[in-house]
Design a protein around this ligand. Structure first.
Ligand code: PLP
Length: 389
């Protein structure tokens, strides 16, 4: 049978992705895992598994059966939201089924079309989509360029509507971090609000892993701080941490909250178990920071391009898609599970191996990784030389 118009169009697009070395496939991870967000290595921790088993055993039911506004409401969620707000340092918190849903929910409900959003150019897709769907005016400032942000805020200071700065606190692909105090100061100076996505800082940064806003002591000076549970907390879901008023509004207006089935009540028990482990994991945080700083130093020493910082996300920027795929395959052949990150996830010409460190990775792994990357670079040069004569 002849393919339909849509199926042929899809085939063409897939072929084009293949030609541009942009086609993604699903593959299970093998070897030293360099692409996991399980920063505190809690995903297989027996203490966390026990917390899940206990939560399942104690739960009245293993499905929420509906949205929280219908039959999905239960005491487990109220309790964990109170606990999470205390962790984040805010008055209240509201749980969503993912970080993606949380960002879309908060941005599409709070922003109105005549508001202006000042958004970092490297913000995550969930923030970009939330801003787009809100219909608010968008001012994209160059990544982490707070001088440019200041100029944009000044230029639009007299414009109508609310003015809102949106940024990640640790950037997911570059692993760098804007100074939160400065973002808060700019918001204050220009009568703007701040929405901060802590997805890669939750559990990793700040006292007891409470995030960068808490580390800077300005968690209550934001409109909302989004913490996710699927990364360092080895669970799922996300919390929008905010005032009681904003929470009450989200319960009524955030479509990804209102029109979505709540997670099963036992997930609250998993999050509680993970929070307890994460808060006490200072040794793991210290180890992570140590290997992250060492890896950056050794990469720079070996002539690789990376980004500043001490977060566990360490990019090795190699340029084009084919080079990134070559490095990824080479690393996989040497026992490192690495993935090539390409546009549109990152900007054109900045394809990379995004090394995501976890507390499971040793200093020995780091030394070997830099050696293998150096070998890969040599092999790539030889392949290019052979191809061009
Ligand atoms: C910065 C950032 N925000 C939000 C999300 C979405 O979180 P989740 O995976 O829980 O949907 C991610 C996930 O990759 C992220 O990197």
């Amino acid at each position: 049978m002849k393919d339909s118009y849509i199926v042929s169009r899809i085939q063409d697009e897939l072929e084009e992705l293949g030609r541009d070395a942009q086609l993604r496939t699903l593959a299970e991870i093998r070897g030293v895992n360099l692409c996991s967000n399980d920063y505190l290595a809690l995903c297989d921790d027996p203490r966390l598994k026990d917390a899940v088993v206990q939560a399942v055993t104690e739960a009245r039911r293993v499905s929420s059966t509906g949205s929280r506004l219908l039959s999905g409401q239960c005491a487990e969620w109220d309790d964990i939201e109170r606990e999470f707000a205390a962790f984040a340092g805010t008055e209240a918190a509201l749980c969503f089924s993912s970080g993606y849903a949380a960002n879309i929910g908060v941005l599409t409900s709070v922003l109105k079309p005549n508001d202006i959003v000042f958004s970092d150019s490297l913000n995550h897709a969930s923030l970009i989509d939330g801003i787009r769907l809100s219909g608010a005016r968008r001012m994209i400032y160059p990544h982490a360029d707070l001088k440019a942000l200041e100029s944009a805020l000044a230029q639009h200071a007299a414009d109508a509507g609310a003015h809102v700065i949106v940024s990640e606190s640790t950037f997911s692909m570059d692993g760098d971090a804007p100074p939160i105090e400065r973002l808060v100061a700019l918001a204050k100076e220009f009568d703007a609000e701040l929405v901060l996505d802590e997805a890669h800082a939750t559990g990793v940064c700040g006292p007891e892993g409470r995030g960068r806003a808490a580390a800077a002591g300005c968690e209550r000076e934001t409109l909302a701080v989004v913490h996710t549970c699927g990364k360092a907390l080895a669970s799922m879901g996300a919390f929008v941490c905010c005032s009681e008023t904003v929470k009450r509004y989200l319960v009524n207006r955030a479509r990804t909250f209102v029109f979505s089935t709540a997670m099963a009540p036992y997930v609250a028990g998993q999050i509680r178990g993970a929070l307890e482990l994460a808060r006490a994991a200072n040794d793991r945080r210290e180890h992570l920071r140590g290997i992250a700083v060492e890896l950056r130093g050794r990469l720079i020493g070996a002539g690789f391009e990376t980004r500043e910082g001490d977060s566990p996300i360490v990019p090795v920027i190699v340029g084009d898609n084919r080079a990134a795929l070559f490095y990824a395959e080479f690393l996989q052949g040497r026992g490192f599970a690495a993935r090539a990150i390409r546009p549109p996830t990152v900007q054109l010409g900045t394809s990379r191996i995004r090394v995501s460190l976890t507390a499971r990775i040793t200093r020995g792994d780091i030394l070997r990784l830099v050696d293998v990357l150096t070998e890969a670079r040599e092999a790539l040069r030889e392949a290019a030389f052979a191809a061009h004569g």
